[in-house]
Design a protein around this ligand. Structure first.
Ligand code: ZN
Length: 368
């Protein structure tokens, strides 16, 4: 039985759902990032009320603190954290290879130093699979090596092959039958290696396929070129996940190409920096021009922040470093994203995705 049901297509955009042990997730979906098992400056109640269906936690971070075994003892991440929606855990490959921690990669696994206390750790694909199962993720990710951009062809090729062998070991190590395991297509900015990675992972067979190694400094055009190549290989009946992307315009671009799942720290991180999303682009609330602005952040937004507070007051909270500022800004940005995805899904259902895409892109100005 496939985890994905595609109910409608509009061009290459797909409307569907992914079945998880914690409910059906309507796609295309955006997953707020909750690295430590919590979305920063938001409560689970807020997330549920705004319609967030699935959040993303990070196995690497939870393994280091509080520990996957502690989470298992506490009944798994859902019971431990009180989140009853779907949860995906990233394997931590990206963190191990990007946090700048000392690391040594071998066939067997990777040795690295904790970014928290410098302690030494050794993780194998088998252990990474086990720790995601201990955490209790609904969707687990295979352990991959994420190469920096730019990297040489030779290095990337060796890395892709290692990632494929590790992915096979993750699949063999998986014990739980009520969670899904996704493979991660790597290959950097090399067309031939993206093809090789996708084809090899397809032979192993996963419940879904992710595209990793993007948003590491490569030009957007390269990312879409690589994504288009990979998408040719991905089966219709499996979810397709573009990791770490992105801005609303990137998500829309991805949906147009047939991608189902997205995650990114942008709405939450930007919120904490005072950068807020509106129908036409981002505004920075710290700007003096908002000091006496009585309008809400976005007049078309029905979130609690916009229903209650003016830009002027939100600016005051932000420049005063009031904690409420992080909360109210995060609430708005996440609401913007969940609402945006809801409108995308509706447009595919109505067969008006193309129009939605054109309208959005013609109004969208990026940041101020
Ligand atoms: Zn709002």
């Amino acid at each position: 039985m496939s985890a994905m049901e595609v109910v409608k297509e509009d061009g290459r955009a797909r409307l569907g759902s992914v079945r998880t042990a914690h409910g059906r997730v309507d796609t295309p979906v955006f997953m707020p990032v909750g690295t430590q098992g919590t979305v920063k400056a938001a409560t689970h109640r807020d997330l549920r009320e705004m319609g967030a269906q699935m959040i993303l936690a990070n196995a690497y971070h939870l393994y280091l603190r509080p520990g996957d075994r502690l989470i298992k003892e506490m009944g798994g991440i859902h019971r431990f954290s009180g989140w009853n929606g779907a949860m995906l855990t990233d394997s931590g490959g990206y963190q191990i290879f990007s946090l700048g921690v000392l690391r040594e990669i071998k066939e067997e696994g990777v040795t690295f130093q904790s970014h928290i206390d410098g302690s030494k750790h050794f993780l194998t694909p088998e252990r990474v699979t086990e720790l995601q199962e201990n955490i209790g993720a609904d969707i687990c990710m295979s352990f991959d090596e994420c190469v920096p951009y730019p990297s040489s062809y030779e290095y990337t090729q060796a890395s892709v092959d290692l990632t494929t062998r590790w992915a096979a070991r993750c699949r063999d190590a998986k014990k739980h039958t009520d969670s899904l395991l996704f493979g991660i297509v790597q290959g950097g900015a090399f067309e031939a290696l993206r093809r090789r990675s996708a084809a090899d992972l397809m032979k192993i067979g996963f419940d879904g396929y992710a595209m990793g190694g993007f948003s590491v400094g490569e030009p957007k055009s390269v990312m879409w070129q690589m994504a288009d190549i990979v998408l040719e290989y991905l089966p219709e009946e499996k979810p397709r996940y573009l990791m770490g992307v992105g801005f609303p315009e990137d998500i829309l671009e991805g949906v147009k190409r047939g991608i189902d799942m997205f995650d990114c720290v942008i709405p939450t991180r930007h919120a904490r920096n005072g950068s807020l999303f509106t129908a036409t682009g981002r505004i920075n609330i710290k700007h003096a021009r908002y000091a006496r602005d009585e309008q809400p952040v976005d007049s078309g937004c029905s979130c609690y922040t916009c229903r209650t507070y003016s830009r002027a007051y939100l600016r005051h909270l932000f420049v005063s470093h009031e904690l409420t500022s992080y909360y109210l800004n995060t609430l708005h940005n996440l609401f913007f994203y969940t609402n945006f995805l809801e409108r995308i899904r509706q447009s595919i259902a109505d067969g008006t995705f193309r129009e939605f895409y054109e309208n959005f892109m013609s109004q969208w100005k990026g940041g101020d």
